[in-house]
Design a protein around this ligand. Structure first.
Ligand code: GLN
Length: 487
């Protein structure tokens, strides 16, 4: 059974179709692995065993009926941020404890329509605010490559579970890097689509003009397959783009001869680890050997991206999180009157980082400071977007690191939010510009920790990103699960 972990979703689908294995057996295989390995990894917040087995039985019946979508009967873990009807959804926050959504997010509806199996909810930073999953109000997920280190965040539970083989694939969300950075630190594939490519309906909002949903998988082919399922226009999300969805898997295997690869000089910053830099340079050389041509480009406003992001995302978060007041959702702490109840509920329900961001966001939106902060940040955001537009006249895709360092130690940056914020320098500009980008494993550092390569594309050019990613992966091979999860 162990080679199950080396198979793509398509290969597993073939086994299911040929009845070499049933979805119930496959689901049990992963449930057993979760029981065996997750007590130290802590990637799952809860495991819905009965629900999973019921979905697997249903999938087995559909397979008999000749219905064979690619994820039919495939066990997945889901970040705890998507409303899932009948299943507690908390965004890893105390304030949503006990919240059972009465409806499914559009992405969950689509997965269900395609017959996926829901193993459980995966850990994350509270309300997706963080880069290490240490801001979860329930538990700290560890990195499968070194259990003393963080898995990245905020989709750290998703990346760790995929990397350790505790599900076939997962969905994450990315506001400033939360799919790509944990994918990079855990050695898996994570794609943030173009803003608006995937519907956000039913996604618990952090910063609505930046949030996007995307796949976290062990290989590029699974990533393309899942994206084809979740992408597309949705009348329930007015920001979703009414453009047809290509079959992304059709681009895999096409050669990359003549492709112009932009290398933005500003991304090779001071403080980047030597091993990371070398791995990225080696990756560029590999693509060049396969016929691509590197060009140096410049994105001059990069240095303002982190500051801009922390004004815009906190402003939007302070507004989005105003709804958690003890009236409609989750936690309520009674008080002597309604204002007292709001205060007590929010004091008890939100963690430190979430409070910090609500306070920052309220400040930058307040009447005396709006022009100085929020309006100015919106203008700088436009400049950052234009940098990309200009640079894309000289290249077809861009290559950068995902994170300047590999996975850091649990606790290492918790008292230093600024260092934590600055480590997202390579991912944040992409969200501000609304562009698609993938994080792809490209090597290991001297401590055997994974390094990720970022490929950024033009708006709606996910197909080209996947084409290059696949060509790269084919040359380098897919990394196996860390040894401790194979014993
Ligand atoms: N690490 C970034 C933050 O803390 C990004 C989070 C995200 O993409 N959700 O905001």
């Amino acid at each position: 059974m162990d080679n199950i972990l080396d198979m793509t979703i398509r290969e597993l689908g073939d086994l299911l179709k040929k009845r070499k294995i049933s979805s119930v057996e496959l689901t049990r295989f992963f449930l057993d692995r979760i029981k065996k390995y997750d007590s130290d990894l802590q990637s799952y917040l809860n495991i819905t065993e009965g629900y999973a087995l019921k979905m697997a039985e249903d999938a087995d019946k559909r397979i008999d009926g000749g219905d064979n979508g690619i994820i039919l009967g495939i066990p997945m873990g889901i970040k705890d941020i998507f409303c899932t009807r009948g299943i507690e959804t908390t965004c890893a926050s105390q304030i949503l404890k006990g919240f059972v959504p009465p409806y499914d997010a559009t992405v969950i509806q689509r997965l269900k329509a395609n017959g996926y199996v829901h193993l459980g909810r995966l850990n994350m930073d509270e309300f997706a605010m963080g880069s290490s999953t240490e801001n979860s109000s329930f538990q700290v997920t560890k990195n499968p490559w070194d259990i003393k280190r963080i898995p990245g965040g905020s989709s750290g539970g998703s990346a760790a579970a995929v990397a350790a083989g505790l599900c076939v694939a997962s969905l994450g969300t990315d506001t400033g890097g939360s799919i790509r950075q944990p994918a990079s630190l855990c050695g898996v594939v994570g794609l943030k689509p173009t803003y608006g490519r995937v519907s956000r309906y039913g996604l618990i909002a952090f910063a609505s003009s930046l949030d996007q949903i995307g796949p976290i998988t062990r290989n590029v082919s699974d990533c393309a397959g899942l994206l084809s399922i979740i992408a597309g226009h949705d009348p329930m999300d007015s920001t979703s783009i009414p453009e047809p969805v290509p079959d992304y898997t059709a681009y895999l295997g096409r050669d990359i001869k003549g492709m112009r690869i932009g290398i933005p000089q500003e991304y090779f910053i001071e403080g980047m680890e030597k091993d990371v830099k070398q791995a990225i340079e080696a990756s560029i050389a590999l693509l060049e050997r396969n016929g691509a041509s590197p060009v140096n480009i410049s994105l001059p406003h990069t240095e303002y991206a982190v500051a801009t992001y922390y004004i815009i995302c906190t402003a939007e978060a302070s507004s989005n999180l105003a709804r958690y007041d003890g009236v409609k959702y989750g936690l309520r702490v009674d008080g002597k009157d309604i204002i007292d109840m709001y205060k007590k509920t929010r004091f008890r329900g939100f963690g430190r980082e979430v409070k910090r961001r609500i306070i920052l966001g309220t400040y930058v939106l307040s009447s005396g400071y709006y022009d100085a902060y929020y309006r100015k940040a919106s203008k700088v955001r436009t400049l950052i977007r234009r940098d990309f537009e200009n640079a894309f006249s000289q290249c077809d895709i861009m290559i950068t690191p995902v994170s300047p360092t590999t996975a850091f130690m649990v606790g290492e940056r918790m008292d230093d939010p600024l260092t934590m914020y600055l480590s997202d320098i390579c991912t944040i500009p992409v969200n501000l510009a609304g562009l698609p980008a993938i994080s792809l494993p490209c090597g290991f550092d001297h401590s055997n920790l994974p390094i990720g390569l970022q490929i950024i594309g033009r708006p709606l050019d996910e197909a080209r990103i996947l084409q290059v990613a696949y060509a790269f992966e084919k040359e380098r091979g897919v990394k196996r699960i860390p040894d401790r999860y194979m014993q």
